[in-house]
Write a protein that binds this ligand. Structure first.
Ligand code: AOF
Ligand code: ZN
Length: 339
């Protein structure tokens, strides 16, 4: 199953809105005889990709991180080809939350021995975006920040280059690739003039203050949420957006992203938008550099409210800690998002 996950990850960022799936087939002596994965949206499912590499009767056990499909979609059901190829055992990571899929019963009815729930937590993490999309019909929202030990993202004068090391910034490129789009604010575009290379970029720019000659506009498909106009100029799409308390309505933005087929978004911006977006965030990537500004007026990474008691904090679970020497990356999930 670990191998299935590893195979599936090769297509990160390419399968949306479909899941990441990898498949391993072994013979009766437990030797791997074929592997496959879902390479790109619209292409063969992982199981078919692997099964097309073997002859009928050669495979004994098929391992796959997601329940095989039983529906006619872009390709015929994977359950059918599993049965045709004479597979005897199927080991599944997690059940498919997609209501059209009921592969397990179909396999069992064909006399195949089925085990499900192997490395289930890891498999669910691999497809956290797909699961949220199917279950909640909403875009998966992640926030990435890079701070000093005292939680600052820039000096009060706006200097932020560079808090984290090259190593950490390399990792950010990899993280970005997993998401359908990245999002930032006019404040960040104006302050840092970042390139943020990506196939899809979202800019929140209520008053259309950003210069269209800024680096960010030079590449990719761009969506500018603003209060003034709708329309398209080349690769730039302007989307007229309602305003709430003087700010772009994030409720509207995330709903719109889902309608546009943007199934996941990574927010990279300053403390104000980070703070406002927190209540929608499914995940936080927090890079921390071993530096201290010691400056109370330096900018904080989540700057959106005043609270009087520590018991009023929003709580997170740290899922992993990784070193990108000399920095670390904490990956966190919210525990009580609504507080
Ligand atoms: C994939 N790749 O390897 C597996 C999937 O759009 P379709 O017709 O290809 O069907 C997509 C559904 O098939 C998807 O939502 C999921 O429930 C199931 N399994 N999909 O794209 C795969 N195994
Ligand atoms: Zn399938």
């Amino acid at each position: 199953m670990e191998k299935c996950i590893e195979l599936a990850k090769q297509a990160e960022g390419k399968t949306s809105p479909n899941p990441l799936v990898g498949c391993v087939i072994t013979d009766e002596f437990d030797n791997i005889i074929a592997t496959g994965y879902h390479k790109k949206y619209g292409e063969n499912h992982a199981e078919r990709d692997a099964l097309l590499k073997i002859n009928k009767g050669d495979g004994d056990t098929l391992y796959v991180n997601l329940e095989p499909c039983s529906h006619f979609g872009k390709t015929p059901p994977c359950t059918d080809i599993i049965i045709e190829k004479g597979i005897k055992h199927v080991v599944i990571g997690m059940l498919d939350p997609n209501p059209v899929v009921n592969g397990i019963d179909k396999l069992k009815n064909a006399g195949i021995d089925v085990i499900a729930g192997v490395l289930e937590d890891e498999c669910k993490k691999l497809n956290e975006i797909f699961i949220k999309n199917i279950n909640d019909k909403k875009t998966f929202v992640a926030i990435k920040t890079a701070t000093t030990l005292d939680g600052k993202i820039a000096t009060s004068a706006g200097s932020s280059k560079w808090i984290t090391s090259e190593n950490a910034r390399e990792e950010v490129y990899k993280i970005r690739r997993r998401y359908d789009a990245i999002m930032t604010s006019s404040t960040t575009v104006i302050a840092d003039n970042p390139k943020m290379e990506h196939r899809k970029k979202i800019i929140l720019d209520r008053e259309l203050k950003t210069d269209l000659n800024s680096q960010i506009y030079k590449q990719g498909n761009i969506y500018v949420f603003n209060e003034k106009e709708d329309g398209t100029t080349g690769d730039i799409n302007f989307i007229k957006t309602p305003v709430k308390d003087g700010k772009i309505s994030l409720e509207f933005v995330f709903k719109k992203l889902y309608e546009l087929g943007i199934m996941s978004v990574l927010i990279e911006c300053g403390g104000k938008l980070n703070g406002k977006a927190l209540k929608y965030a499914d995940k936080i990537y927090q890079f921390i550099a071993p530096k201290i500004t010691g400056d109370n007026s330096a900018k904080s990474c989540f700057d959106y409210r005043k609270i009087s008691k520590i018991s009023e904090c929003t709580n997170y679970k740290i899922d992993s800690v990784k070193f990108f020497d000399p920095d670390i990356l904490l990956t966190c999930y919210p525990i009580d998002k609504n507080t």
